[in-house]
Design a protein around this ligand. Sequence first.
Ligand code: UDP
Length: 470
Amino acid sequence: MTDAVLPRRVAMLSVHTSPLEQPGTGDAGGLNVYVVETARRLAARGTEVEIFTRTTGSGLPPVAELAPGVLVRHVVAGPFEGLSKDDLPGQLCAFAAGVMRVEARREPGWYDLVHSHYWLSGQVGWLAADRWRVPLVHTMHTMAKVKNRALAVGDTPEPDGRVLGEEQVVQAADRLLANTDDEARDLIDLYGADPDRVSVVPPGVDLDVFRPGGPDARRAARRRLGLPHRVRILLFVGRIQPLKAPDVLVRAAAEMLRRDPARRDDLCVVVVGGPSGSGLARPEELQVLTAELGLGDVVRFRPPVPRPVLADWYRAADLVVVPSYSESFGLVAVEAQACGTPVVAARVGGLVTAVRDGETGLLVPGHDPRSWARVLGDLLDDGARLRSMQAAAVRHAAAFGWDATVDATLDVYRAAARDHARRVRLAGLATLPGALGPADPGILVPSGRAPATAGRDAGLAGLGELAVAP
Ligand code: UDP
């Protein structure tokens, strides 16, 4: 692969969750959507993608075609059922062995690049890219240090092992993809990433699926979903866990009714999604809270739905509410806007980019249900403002197509390949007889960095510090 040439084939790693799963519950969410959408479009442009994911069922074939040019490879690593994401660090060796075996059956140079998603995959990608001598591009999706900085009350912090694993991946990757400038800053400030290796590439929205749907769209969507026409709908979409804070919406609804009991006749809160992450420990918690607050007649729960149906939910809603404690981007917020529905979101992480405060929705600081109740109530009552936000939301979301994401991703692939090739060349020079430094490139260590934390090309990354023989 040279500067001008696209990778022929990318090994994409998604250890802990499969692109074939329905997003919105368990471990499946935005990452899965991201992998599917980018892989399909990379393949359409001539770069084949093979996605490696862990086998989680006896009925899964070793290989499945997701789309033309996109294969999903199921790798056996541990029992199919009964392992949570927290158990997976113990299966990374088995997973990596499975990935290496697939490659070994192919002609040399089968993959031009490894793109790993989430830190668990980054650990495997580090090894694979090192052995295959190809660049590693990594996308974090979420980061332990960022999550732990803004935990919901009572939520479980991410363990130190994850922090350490993420730090290693940051050092090992030729390029890190960040969703937003904020995420790039976190990679640099919290994880010591080299700014030259961090590229900001915003994710996208499938603008063919998520679109406004015409003048009578809300009424039509409600009809299809069996919802009454004359209610005000506040919608939460996503994985139900403390981090996503659907309880803030439920508590805010209770507060809205306390302030104005007449709203009870027309307020409807809908939660679309299933339990996930630390929320799995108490999957009924939100339903219990709803009952405790006396909102059984106001709040409806729906299981996750495929994306065309989700588009109808967005169209049916008056407002989509995203009260997360942290969010690396927040695809739901952009999808809702693409359907013409304004978003009220927490002023955190990627949501600050996803929502234009005051134009396409509102950003709320903090998680006090009283402030959320005030903001939601005032906006629902301001028809003119809502209408102007609906139009602005569609325009804003139009900038987030996946094609732009894939264009930028391919640029990053090219840059990663260029840098990688240069470092490999320099490493070769550094190991010539007469060069200063250790002779085995596998144990090259630049001054002041220990091998364990210096990343896969410890010597390569630090070549500036190594004297190279003339
Ligand atoms: N989603 C879905 N069906 C559902 C609920 C969610 O397809 O019933 C998708 C949604 O379209 C979005 C993703 O799940 O693309 C959630 O992504 P987001 O970035 O909002 O949150 P994450 O899961 O990454 O934390």
